[in-house]
Design a protein around this ligand. Structure first.
Ligand code: AMP
Ligand code: GLY
Length: 425
């Protein structure tokens, strides 16, 4: 069989999970990854000197490697900056939304207004580009309230204010101190919702939407949902509280209306559309956020459960033939626990040597912030989230036990992880 070579753009745990999933396909030949990491380098040719945001260099790389038949753009920044558009313009196949569709993640003002226009259920909100007007609003709005920077902020641009003082301080931080740079030029201030959260990622080809298995992330740094927001400290799949009835309702009220809305606006969405949902105590399904890509570490529990050839699915999204694909899932549950560098998500040290121990065969250690030390040739830390340990099990409790049994075998100076990932189990 003819094999296709594939380039993955990105260098975290998500990209390692994508690389492992592609590696399982008998249609995929050589993998490349820009920039990649020490784990991905075990199965792909990595290019650590090029960043995922250096669009021209990436296009040049694909131009000069005619053997690359598909580029998978995984992170939010290059998608929002239009890497897929640039690759297509140069005549290459790319998986991921174009910039005009990726804006559903890159601008919260855009996504909230889209939901309002198309009656997609979400928290009530106001948007502000003037600090004075926003301040006036938070002085009288219901508390708690939620303040969100408009643009991309590594998942950290959301402030849940439990008091009016916190709301005023948060607003100052985003709009005046510019804690998230230009992402905070505009803000969304919205109603605080309660209930339980579920993430549903879906493949889209512009018209058809095929949801994947459900999952849930743990965003706070420390046990008991304390500490700062992070990119995600652990995930599990499935989220059993999300019932088939809810899934059916979400399809009708959220998934299809969103894809139709984007199509109608002349922004057809091809790629992975991530729905961050809140199921309120009244049982209503509301959208908390959209992402225009696989979640990280959601990908690390979803992709290991996907039995369908992911290379076929990526191609169906590009070709508009997703209606011919039915996804097959491993019945087993998956739990991923992230090992992070001491101090993350604030300041942390890099270059710590990692020892792995004897990891069980059915457990996968996805690399995120790792690198090969040029002097000693050993695997060292190079980021905040360093590794994601994913285990499969007959149910969530078994998967969770295996993930924790194995993360305990790993060590590096300053390593920490949450002890309560998937406390449901
Ligand atoms: P977002 O990046 O918009 O998903 O926000 C990050 C996290 O903040 C979510 O996963 C929720 O835990 C929380 N959050 C966001 N919006 C709301 C809201 N309207 N009500 C309650 N919690 C929220
Ligand atoms: N883990 C949340 C995200 O990828 O946005």
């Amino acid at each position: 069989m003819k094999k296709s070579n594939v380039l993955i753009v990105g260098g975290g745990g998500r990209e390692h999970a994508i690389a492992c999933a592609l590696k399982k396909s008998d249609k995929v030949g050589k993998l490349y990854c820009i920039p990649g990491n020490a784990g991905i380098a075990q199965i792909a040719e990595c290019v650590p000197s090029v960043k995922a945001t250096e669009l021209e260099k990436i296009v040049e790389f694909v131009n000069s490697h005619p053997d690359i038949e598909l580029t998978v753009v995984a992170p939010d920044d290059p998608l929002a900056m239009g890497l897929v558009d640039k690759l297509e313009k140069a005549g290459h196949r790319a998986f991921g939304p174009r910039a005009n569709a990726a804006i559903i993640e890159a601008s919260k003002v855009f996504s909230k207004n889209l939901m309002r226009k198309y009656d997609i259920p979400t928290a009530k909100y106001e948007t502000f580009s003037s600090y004075e007007k926003a301040l006036e609003y938070v002085q009288t709005c219901p508390i708690p309230t939620v303040i969100k920077a408009d643009g991309l902020a590594l998942g950290k641009g959301v402030i849940i204010a439990n008091t009016r003082e916190e709301a005023e301080a948060g607003l100052r931080e985003i709009m005046l101190d510019k804690a998230f740079g230009s992402a905070g030029s505009e803000v969304v201030i919205e109603e605080f919702l309660t209930g339980f959260e579920v993430s549903v990622l879906a493949f889209c080809d512009g018209k058809t939407v095929v949801p994947m298995a459900s999952s849930q992330d743990h965003k706070r740094a420390h046990d008991g949902d304390t500490g700062l927001n992070t990119g995600g400290m652990g995930t599990f799949s499935p989220q059993n509280k999300y019932t088939p009835e809810m899934a059916e309702r979400a399809m009708k009220t959220v998934f299809l209306p969103t894809v139709r809305a984007l199509e109608k606006e002349g922004r057809p969405f091809k790629g992975v559309l991530y729905f961050g949902l809140m199921i309120t105590s009244a049982g209503d399904i509301k959208v908390l956020e959209y992402n225009a890509r696989f979640g990280d570490p959601e990908a690390q529990v979803i992709l290991p459960r996907l039995k369908t050839d992911v290379f076929d699915v990526f191609n169906a999204c590009i070709d508009g033939t997703l209606n011919r694909i039915a996804l097959e899932w491993d019945e087993r549950a998956a739990v991923c626990v992230v090992a992070a560098s001491g101090g993350y998500p604030l300041k942390y040290e890099k270059g710590k040597k990692i020892t792995f121990g004897d990891i069980d065969e059915d457990v996968t250690v996805y690399h995120a912030g790792t690198a090969i030390c040029p002097e000693c040739g050993e695997i060292v830390t190079s980021g905040g989230r360093v590794l994601g340990v994913t285990a499969l099990g007959k149910d969530l409790s078994e998967a969770k036990k295996k993930a924790y049994d194995n993360i305990k075998k790993i060590s590096f100076e300053g390593m920490f992880y949450r002890n309560d990932i998937c406390k449901e189990a």
